[in-house]
Design a protein around this ligand. Structure first.
Ligand code: NAG
Ligand code: NAG
Ligand code: NAG
Length: 270
């Protein structure tokens, strides 16, 4: 194209926008596939990559496709440790809500730095923050059982009891309040807490915690791996860590910068 001198302001503007459009099309559509109408650019990952619209496609067209296994997160914690409370209420629960259960598979083990010994046919627990912590651990363990280990059902309850958790907590009142508010059976949790089955389940939490070799709490395992660095990343910004770790198309909650990215990708060239 040989630009001729524009004869008017209108012609000048038109010439430049045509040049701009050509440059944009060349830059954005590096492959032939991008000659397809734009509504087909999200038809496959390859097409989207060629057209440099992967992120945009992920946020919209691919939202409901389960293209990769979820990220597995296992949390080892104890009921009254302040950083456990903070992690559950500021990171774990909000991230679970934002990701809508799609890409994050959460498992929690309430035991932490507790110790146990067997007396007769019962396990007796000793907890880092005293008897009250053992009670909080058992409430959470029994809530897991009561909800059949369904994280969508027990995480709102766990968030509720951890929000209330502190050294002076009155667990019976918290249990009642959180159970009612989150549609978990208070009666089932109470009877589990008194039963041999509840005692055995808390023991199993202890066995799994010792087996993992937990050195401190919260102890966060991502896809079977624990490092001090990822533990810290999870505590600082769990959503970011899960989005980074997930190998499938990122759900919308991961692409909150979409508007910014769009304006950069499609910026009119100078
Ligand atoms: C979720 O995590 C649990 C416990 O770590 C595991 O047994 C289960 O297979 C995981 N589910 C998926 C879909 O990966
Ligand atoms: C898990 O619990 C949620 C909320 O109570 C419920 O909607 C969902 O159907 C449950 N999932 C399974 C697999 O039972
Ligand atoms: C991880 O952190 C703990 C506690 O700060 C420390 O004792 C341990 O040595 C660290 N492990 C590694 C591999 O750096």
């Amino acid at each position: 194209m040989t630009p001729t001198s524009p004869h008017s302001v209108e012609e000048y503007i038109m010439l430049h926008s045509v040049l701009g459009l050509v440059v944009t099309v060349v830059a954005v559509c590096s492959a032939d596939v991008c000659r397809l109408p734009s509504h087909l650019w999200c038809s496959s990952r390859k097409t989207a990559e060629d057209c440099q619209v992967t992120q945009q496609c992920s946020a919209h067209d691919w939202r409901h496709q389960a293209a990769a296994p979820p990220v597995n997160l296992v949390l080892y914690y104890e009921a009254l440790c302040p950083f456990c409370k903070q992690f559950i209420t500021d990171q774990l629960y909000p991230t679970h809500v934002k990701l809508d259960g799609d890409i994050l598979n959460i498992t929690v083990l309430p035991f932490g730095n507790a110790e146990e010994k067997q007396e007769g046919n019962k396990w007796i627990f000793t907890c880092q923050h005293g008897r009250s912590e053992c009670e909080g651990n058992l409430i959470a363990t029994c809530a897991l059982k009561t909800t059949s280990f369904n994280s969508t059902a027990y995480l709102p309850f766990l968030n509720c009891i951890e929000t209330a958790a502190n050294e002076h907590v009155l667990w019976p009142a918290v249990l009642k309040n959180c159970a009612v508010r989150n549609h978990v059976s208070e009666a089932d949790i109470k009877s589990c807490m008194k039963s041999d089955e509840g005692n055995e389940l808390e023991h199993e939490m202890g066995v799994a915690t010792k087996k993992e070799g937990v050195e401190y709490v919260p102890w966060i395992v991502i896809n079977g791996q624990h490092t001090n660095a990822t533990n810290q990343e999870a505590q600082d910004d769990l959503l970011k860590l899960i989005c980074k770790t997930y190998t499938g198309p990122k759900p919308q909650a991961c692409t909150s910068t979409l508007t910014t990215d769009l304006s950069v990708s499609y910026k009119h060239p100078q």
